[in-house]
Design a protein around this ligand. Structure first.
Ligand SMILES: O=P(O)(O)OC[C@@]1(O)O[C@H](CO)[C@@H](O)[C@@H]1O
Length: 422
């Protein structure tokens, strides 16, 4: 399993070689790039030969937190041997590898701000153009007809766009080792066929929660705020923006806060640069409805209805139940939300601590106290953790499709509210 991380290091290294060949960097940059490539090849060797996990040396904002985490892992080793790549928890090692790739860049200015995964993310956006155009057309039609919609129609459209955002999570580049994993078919038309693959569907609870928050708002008490903890750039990000756009246009949310990564992460995760680039590209499209959507999103950003935030906690290896202590500022910010949507598999692993839970353990139990606000996970299954299933459901799935937990064919919409009776 640990060897499946090697292509990511190789791809980062190859990208640096390519940009150097294209003379994107100055002479000083080329020297820095050579040192980074050599750092990455050393890193690959450390992984392949199960060498001890090394402390970070780059003096970045999060360096001490990483090294402290490593010391904690060391203290857990019973025989006193150094923590090594194959003897560490999978979640930790995977996150650590991406952080070490970043170290190769941090240590080598002037290429310290270079995003080695940018090209793959850009390509994934362009390869999904047809799907993006059809989704933006659908959104603009909805917005035009919004005023005449009954509450039931509003709910049905919300549920559809929530599912589009859910299945958008199939398009990540870390699981495909950077190869094409874009959306080709029409996202709305595909929904009925995918319905039976949603193993837990709490969407109606999410809807009820939003309506309840809206109720208190009309009485002047509250402006509903939705936080979206983003996952992948490319098509998935567009599905998130479309959902957010619908929420604002329908009056279900007054404010949307997007949370992304502060460094390149898990190949395709959204950074601030990806977020801004995506909106800019959408505005610049020559497709009428795509461009109209982009213009609206740009406007939301400008007026502050939407905002983008990053925090180093999202790129630490910690489980989310550590957030209240490890990143108290982020936790208290999230407490101001009416609904937090966590996108994707990695966020699910961090919500549940990536543990071998019984599949029937309740979602709220697996969160182990992490409940800053009502929250919802939209996740396609790519890693072997899954909670909140019915008795016998996992066994049935295993007999029908032995790889159900990792092949990305199945998904869950799981909701948990601190105020809800479980
Ligand atoms: O969070 P995402 O984008 O849904 O999925 C990321 C992810 O599938 O990529 C890895 C495979 O390399 C998994 O360990 C991890 O959970």
């Amino acid at each position: 399993m640990y060897f499946c991380l090697i292509p990511q290091i190789t791809s980062a290294s190859e990208t640096l070689c390519c940009v150097s060949a294209l003379t994107v960097f100055s002479d000083e940059g080329i020297q820095a790039e050579k040192r980074a490539i050599s750092f990455l090849s050393k890193l690959r060797n450390e992984l392949q030969t199960d060498k001890p996990v090394l402390a970070l040396t780059d003096n970045a904002e999060d360096t001490e937190a990483w090294n402290e985490y490593m010391r904690r892992q060391q203290d857990l080793m019973e025989d006193g041997r150094p923590v090594s790549w194959f003897k560490s928890p999978w979640l930790y090692v995977e996150c650590y590898m991406y952080r070490r790739i970043q170290e190769a860049l941090y240590m080598n200015p002037p290429i310290d701000k270079f995003d080695e995964f940018k090209e793959g993310k850009t390509q994934s956006f362009f390869e999904s153009q047809q799907a993006i155009k059809s989704l933006c057309t659908y959104l603009q039609e909805l917005i035009t007809n919004m005023e005449n919609m009954t509450e039931i129609q509003l709910r049905d459209n919300f549920l559809k766009l929530l599912q589009v955002s859910l299945w958008g999570n199939k398009c990540d580049l870390s699981i495909s080792a950077g190869r094409d994993n874009s959306q080709k078919s029409s996202p709305i038309d595909s929904l009925p066929d995918l319905q039976s693959c949603i193993l837990v569907d709490d969407s109606n609870m999410v809807w009820s929660m939003l309506v309840a928050a809206q109720g208190s708002r009309s009485s002047g008490i509250k402006n509903a705020r939705v936080d979206i903890v983003l996952d992948n750039a490319g098509f998935e990000l567009v599905t998130d923006l479309v959902l957010a756009s619908f929420l604002v246009s329908a009056g279900l949310a007054k404010q949307i806060r997007f949370h992304g990564k502060s460094i390149p992460w898990f190949v395709s995760d959204v950074t601030k640069q990806d977020f801004e680039w995506t909106i800019m590209q959408t505005v610049a499209s020559n497709h009428k409805w795509m461009s109209a959507s982009g213009v609206q999103w740009k406007h939301f950003m400008k007026e502050g209805t939407w905002s983008y935030h990053d925090h180093s906690f999202w790129t630490l290896p910690h489980e989310f139940c550590d957030m209240a202590v490890g990143a108290a500022d982020l936790y208290s910010t999230l407490q101001g939300s009416d609904l937090i949507i966590f996108k994707g598999d990695l966020n699910y692993r961090k919500l549940t601590g990536d543990r071998k839970w019984e599949h029937t353990v309740r979602f709220d139990q697996a969160l182990r106290g992490f409940q800053p606000a009502p929250l919802c996970s939209l996740r396609t299954l790519k890693a072997d953790v899954q909670v909140g299933l019915q008795l016998g459901q996992a066994e049935k799935l295993s007999s029908q499709d032995p790889d159900w937990m990792t092949n990305g064919k199945y998904a869950v919409v799981q909701f948990c509210s601190p105020h809800r009776e479980q």
